[in-house]
Design a binder for this molecule. Sequence first.
Ligand code: OFO
Length: 171
Amino acid sequence: MNKKVEDAINKQINAEIYSAYLYLAMAAYFDSEGLAGFSNWMQIQAQEEMAHSMKFYRWVFERGGKVELEAIDKPNGEYGSSLEVFEEVLKHEQEVTGLINGLYELAIEEKDYAFQSMLKWYIDEQVEEEGNAQQIIDQVKLAGDKGPGLFMLDKEFASRTFVDETQEKAE
Ligand code: OFO
């Protein structure tokens, strides 16, 4: 496997696991606020991020490369409101989109056509991730930070379940 591509994927495995860790920290914030539905949404999000990292992990082995795991940074666990959390989610996902785009540029530079094709799944996924965060920001703004609106959203988010889309969609 091309060494530059292998190193970049190993970094991305770390970034995806960091995302999982960040969303788990956000889940813990929501639990500390008594918002179990919001916490559930974030726990599912953390599972999705682990699945994203595992898709890269499987790819490295499929292409005969070596997975090297690095330390995971400590995420911020302090937030002032639900709105602040989701604004942070959107900002984070925009950064991840930048990382995925960077990988795609590398795949072009290195003429790794198979990797370019595989990355299309992540490019589409990032559109969805940013869209979801933006939608929730709008909903939380409408609901207000306390009161019945937020309670209704909390109930709605309690029903989110995990579906491993990395296994469902064609690779
Ligand atoms: Fe892995 O998509 Fe979010 O970070």
